[in-house]
Design a protein around this ligand. Structure first.
Ligand code: FE2
Length: 468
């Protein structure tokens, strides 16, 4: 827990509170936050008290997440939900044979073009892959977005899970019920399940990645032998301060994602009418450049888990605590600029097969294991036990350079990975996308055999007899 403090991140920036998992509080008008109780008969300034629960009421205290919002009108004040028309055809929250396909093939996508027609964050969002079900509160989805216009007179609410948004192009100016957040490429933002939010795109054309987790929330990883410090520091997570508008908005629309489908409800006021709030269930952002990486200082390439920003623990669908310690429903791992100092070591990532499935994206620069073809805004998916690793060019260049004892620095790059113990199924539009790189496998086909054992003793009878 960090001591709560107000953090301003620049002259034209917003005020934030700092910390991860704190009990925060904020009031836009002094005295708006009830003292000594959550739900007084009459709240200060005639506000309504409303709780938002991110965990079951009875969740253990260390996992329990909820906030109290003090608002001008309660969020229930709207007309009935109706299916949104036209329907959004590219969002999935239940991954089965009718919605998605299984494939062990290594997949890679080129960056999606920004649409020509006016497209906001909601319409620009599309699911790539995922596993499990939002209804069963177990699973995840990976989405991407490509948009060019701000949301107008509407707010989005995701009843299915938490969104972790990773912008790659264009800033996001996000209004939430807890206040405003400005998020640049290189930063990430988490919008927890159920919060209403609206996204403005101050730069116009915008693109990025979204991980959605069902039935759990992100936690910071334990640091083990690293000690008490390192990786993502709690004080670098920023939470908004209360902000509200008290205006009539005729025809304001709440767009609710519920079971992967979109529903709309009309109301005549802004949902961003929370004058004060307190609690530990909050939206937050984090600047990936503040991550403090740890790595090998003598030999070999460490497992990528050493760069975990945060993780969602695997929660059994039987609501028991996780029975697989250290196994994540979803890890968020980054590959930031860092020094490479390993001796007599192949420094790029090693070839491997993994029981976890790996979705990767690139925010800027080049990824160290792919000389070509993996571009900012693009993506790759290597599912459970599908082999992958450095492309031919990277392997030959690295080995050809010979033993490099001098430290070298990877600079101007930020790649990331969503890694899951669940096996994702892929949506049809992602498999049929014109951005699909059908030649991806070719990046490894040039890997030659360097095997040579001339002059060595051979124990293999067949080879020995051929020699003689
Ligand atoms: Fe991998």
């Amino acid at each position: 827990m960090e001591k709560q403090e107000q953090v301003s991140t620049g002259a034209n920036e917003l005020l934030y509170q700092s910390g991860f998992g704190n009990s925060f509080s904020s009031e836009a008008i002094q005295g708006a936050l009830p003292q000594g109780q959550n739900n007084p008969l009459v709240c200060p300034f005639g506000l309504y008290a409303e709780q938002i629960s991110g965990t079951a009421f009875t969740a253990p205290r260390k996992l329990n997440q909820r906030s109290w919002l003090y608002r001008i009108k309660p969020s229930v004040t709207h007309e009935p939900f109706k299916p949104r028309t036209p329907t959004h055809k590219k969002l999935v929250s239940e991954f089965n044979q009718s919605t998605s396909s299984a494939t062990p093939t290594q997949l890679r996508w080129k960056p999606e073009e920004i649409p020509d027609s006016p497209t906001d964050f909601i319409d620009g969002l599309y699911t790539i892959c995922g596993a499990g079900s939002s209804f069963l509160r177990h699973g995840f989805a990976v989405h991407m977005y490509s948009a060019n216009k701000s949301m107008e007179n509407c707010a989005f609410c995701n009843a299915d899970g938490d969104f972790l948004i990773v912008p790659e192009k264009g800033r996001l100016s996000i209004t939430t019920e807890c206040g405003k957040l400005h998020v640049c490429p290189g930063e990430i933002v988490v919008l927890p399940q159920g919060f209403r939010f609206s996204i403005d795109l101050p730069d116009g054309p915008s693109r990025g990645y979204v991980a959605e987790v069902f039935g759990t929330h992100f936690q910071l990883p334990d640091l083990g032998p690293i000690g008490a410090n390192g990786l993502a520091a709690t004080r670098d997570f920023l939470v908004p301060t209360a902000w509200f508008e008290d205006e009539v908005h005729p025809g304001y629309i709440i767009v609710q994602k519920f079971g992967g489908e979109l529903f709309t409800a009309k109301q005549n006021f802004s949902p961003f009418n929370v004058v004060a709030w307190h609690g530990n269930y909050v939206p937050y952002k984090y600047d990936l450049h503040k991550f403090c990486p740890f790595n090998t200082v003598l030999m070999d390439h460490g497992d990528p888990s050493v760069n975990t920003v945060f993780m969602c623990p695997l929660i059994s669908v039987l609501t028991a605590p996780t029975d697989k310690p250290g196994v994540a429903l979803l890890d968020f791992v980054i590959f930031p600029p860092r020094w490479l100092v390993a001796e007599h070591t192949f420094r790029p990532p090693y070839y491997h097969r993994n029981c976890m499935s790996e979705f990767m994206g690139l925010i800027y620069g080049k990824y160290e294991a792919k000389a070509d073809g993996f571009l900012p805004g693009g993506a790759s998916l290597h599912s459970c036990m599908t082999p992958h690793g450095p492309d031919t060019n990277t392997f030959e260049t690295t080995v050809g350079r010979g033993t490099d004892e001098a430290p070298s620095k990877i600079t101007e790059t930020m790649a990331f990975m969503f890694e899951s113990s669940l096996i994702p199924r892929v949506c049809p539009w992602a498999l049929e996308s014109p951005c699909m790189d059908h030649n991806y496998y070719q990046c490894w086909m040039g890997l030659k055999s360097h095997f040579s054992h001339e002059g060595s003793d051979c124990c293999n009878k067949e080879i020995r007899s051929k020699r003689s």
